[in-house]
Design a protein around this ligand. Structure first.
Ligand SMILES: Cc1cc2nc3c(=O)[nH]c(=O)nc-3n(C[C@H](O)[C@H](O)[C@H](O)COP(=O)(O)O)c2cc1C
Length: 198
């Protein structure tokens, strides 16, 4: 089994980094081949180029590597904070530049108007998020846009309607060290559960 684990957070002592390291560690201990990427540390450029608007393969070697690993992975793990109900811009750029034709989906040129054909079918997705909004306000006022973004717009669109797990850890600003340790244990348990089911 292979897994891509993608982190979008600029501060190396963030709780998101702790989630990322825990996830990578659990996967490696379970014998999974892990492609782990800290997008900020790797200097990923999130700005899509005009050449990438079509379906030609990218000429950016880092994007090509991420895309190769994404399509090669059975498990796709994304770790990021909730920033304005969205992923940080660097991860939005990863979605734009990597989760695109010809890698993650394609259009049938002979069937105009037909929905795209997802090319990530059969893979499993896990998203770990953090936020500072209580659950009740997130669900009832903001309507949890990240659930829709990942579940429908990204994974669903690319053929992964099933096999998607998301966990939002909150409220990080009010959390104690003990609570955060418990959350990291949960990261391990979620990964174990997903690996058992695959
Ligand atoms: C630019 C920016 C936007 C943010 N927007 C939100 C938001 O919309 N909702 C929310 O609950 N928290 C928001 N936050 C707070 C972060 O989600 C929070 O700091 C983070 O999840 C904590 O995890 P960390 O310690 O790993 O950074 C925002 C933080 C920043 C820097």
């Amino acid at each position: 089994m292979k897994a891509s684990v993608i982190l979008a957070h600029p501060y190396e002592k963030s709780f998101n980094h702790a989630i990322f390291y825990t996830a990578v560690d659990c996967l490696k201990k379970a014998g999974v081949l892990v492609f782990a990427h800290d997008l900020y540390a790797e200097g990923f450029d999130p700005v899509m180029t005009v050449d990438e608007l079509g379906k030609d393969p990218t000429e950016d070697p880092l994007v090509a590597q991420y895309a190769r690993e994404l399509t090669d992975s059975d498990l796709l793990v994304f770790v990021h904070p909730n920033w304005w109900g969205q992923p940080p811009a660097i991860l939005k750029g990863y979605i734009d530049r990597v989760i695109r034709p010809p890698y993650a989906y394609d259009f049938d040129e002979n069937a105009q108007g037909a929905p795209a054909t997802g090319k990530l079918t059969g893979k499993t997705g896990i998203v770990f998020n953090t936020s500072n909004t209580p659950e009740e306000r997130e669900n009832n006022y903001f309507h949890d846009p990240l659930e829709y973004l990942w579940g429908r717009c990204v994974f669903g669109f690319c053929g992964m309607e099933e096999g998607f797990t998301r966990r939002m850890f909150r409220v990080v600003a009010d959390s104690t060290e003990e609570i955060r340790e418990g959350w990291l244990e949960e990261v391990g348990l979620i990964i174990e559960r997903v690996l058992e089911g695959s």
